[in-house]
Design a protein around this ligand. Structure first.
Ligand SMILES: [Zn+2]
Length: 432
């Protein structure tokens, strides 16, 4: 998951937008469908031109003579079409041209081998929306801002990030997903702001805790609150009891849909909460450490699998692990969140990836790997030197030492003999 040097990674800051019901909502919906329409018509032209080129080669037309050349040619066609069709004229030139730019980029990605051949946009595809260029922003108060959308006026959105970050953005994309509107601000890649202290940290991902740092911090990603969890269970039970409309009857079960909408709303809330946490946590880590070491996810996925639970009463047998399914699910969730956290760290700071082998079995003090070092999921007790630590913190320290102290795990180089002169040891806390 490293980006080749020179690649600009543009990022977007997604904020929840609240259009006023009525005319503004109508205009935004119109923009979405116009952008989709223009994109699809443009794609059809370019698809035909591409087929033509495959058949007859460059000389005979592409991209000059066949309709549907590059962006410039298509923008000219759009101008003509707007003169002809009143309904197209009703929409915004900026929005419609934005769709053609999207298309141009999709083709550029295809030709450079980064993406598949562009596909038609459907009303179901919620990520597309439309683009607003020449961004104009206004801050309404501490929590609310507004972005100027052509023909729709000021679109209000909830601010969950630094206002200065938003001001640095150059364009935005307005999207709608199940009735929820968002505006995603596209910003230039940030300058990596390292504190410059030389501090390094290792981070281990856990199942019960999201991440542990080599400095002994345990980071937990937020979940549903107890109240929300209860509500979710009740809604799921309710959904299970509500019959579906008979197949092919053309009817919809409205009550069922209402329940589904409530479940979706709860899930959205959780997803947003977690996204927010990931943003804050990665920014915080990047501001405190110059370099961050994590496990290489490919090796981590190879060695982490569900471990069987031995039955203490009858040796050789294993307990039926009733919690296996639940643990599996949690692991999956934490894995996806972890992926996102690692990706954002890559964006914000210098990240070193190390192979995950033995990071959780090796003692960080005496550097020996012994079977059964791990007392439990949470506690690490070394069989040789008696070193005790939180298991994830021990692993995080191994990750840090692998990355920055030239340690080979299991070689018996004791901690004292290693080069421990890194400043992060000054604030090293013992994990309890
Ligand atoms: Zn030890």
């Amino acid at each position: 998951m490293s980006y080749p040097t020179g690649t600009l990674v543009f990022m977007s800051i997604r904020q929840r937008a609240c259009p006023t019901v009525g005319s503004q909502l109508d205009v935004l919906t119109m923009h979405c469908s116009h952008a989709r329409y223009v994109y699809n018509v443009g794609l059809e032209f370019r698809r035909l031109a591409y087929q033509h080129k495959l058949r007859f080669g460059h000389r005979d037309g592409y991209p000059d003579r066949v309709p549907g050349g590059g962006y410039v040619a298509q923008a000219a066609q759009l101008t003509e079409a707007r003169r002809e069709f009143a309904w197209l004229r009703e929409g915004s030139t900026v929005v419609q041209q934005g769709a053609l730019r999207d298309l141009d980029r999709a083709f550029a990605n295809f030709f450079s081998g980064r993406a598949r051949f562009p596909r038609f946009r459907t009303a179901r595809d919620v990520r597309q929306g439309f683009v607003v260029r020449d961004l104009r922003l206004r801050r309404l108060n501490r929590r609310w801002g507004a972005v100027l959308v052509p023909k729709a006026g000021w679109l209000r959105f909830k601010i969950s990030r630094q206002w200065s970050d938003l001001l640095a953005c150059t364009s935005a994309r307005v999207t709608v997903e199940r009735g929820r509107w968002h505006v995603a601000f596209v910003c230039p890649p940030p300058v990596k702001r390292a504190p410059g202290t030389g501090a390094v940290v290792g981070i281990d991902r856990g199942v019960t805790i999201t991440a542990a740092t080599s400095d002994g911090e345990l980071l937990h990603i937020p979940g549903l609150t107890a109240g929300e969890r209860g509500r979710m269970i009740r809604l799921e039970q309710k959904l299970a009891a509500q019959p579906r409309a008979p197949r092919g009857s053309g009817q919809r079960s409205r009550r069922r849909e209402a329940t589904l909408a409530k479940i979706t709303a709860l899930r959205n809330r959780l997803a947003e909460r977690r996204r927010d946490w990931i943003e804050k946590t990665s920014t915080d880590l990047a501001s405190r450490y110059d370099r961050v070491a994590v496990e290489d996810l490919r090796t981590a996925n190879m060695i982490r699998r569900a471990e069987p639970q031995p039955d203490p009463d009858s040796p050789g047998n294993f307990l039926p692990n009733g919690a296996a399914a639940k643990t599996g699910l949690n692991r999956e969730i934490s894995a996806s969140c972890w992926n996102r956290l690692a990706t954002r760290l890559h964006h914000k700071t210098e990240v070193t990836e190390v192979p995950a082998f033995h990071t959780s079995q090796c003692c960080n003090r005496c550097n020996r790997i012994t079977d059964g070092n791990r007392e439990s999921q949470a506690v690490f007790v070394c069989k040789r030197c008696g070193h005790e630590a939180n298991a994830d913190v021990n692993a995080a320290r191994n990750i840090r030492d692998l990355a920055y102290r030239g340690v080979t795990l299991g070689r018996g180089t004791p901690a004292a003999a290693r080069n421990t002169a890194t400043p992060c040891d000054a604030n090293l806390q013992t994990a309890s």
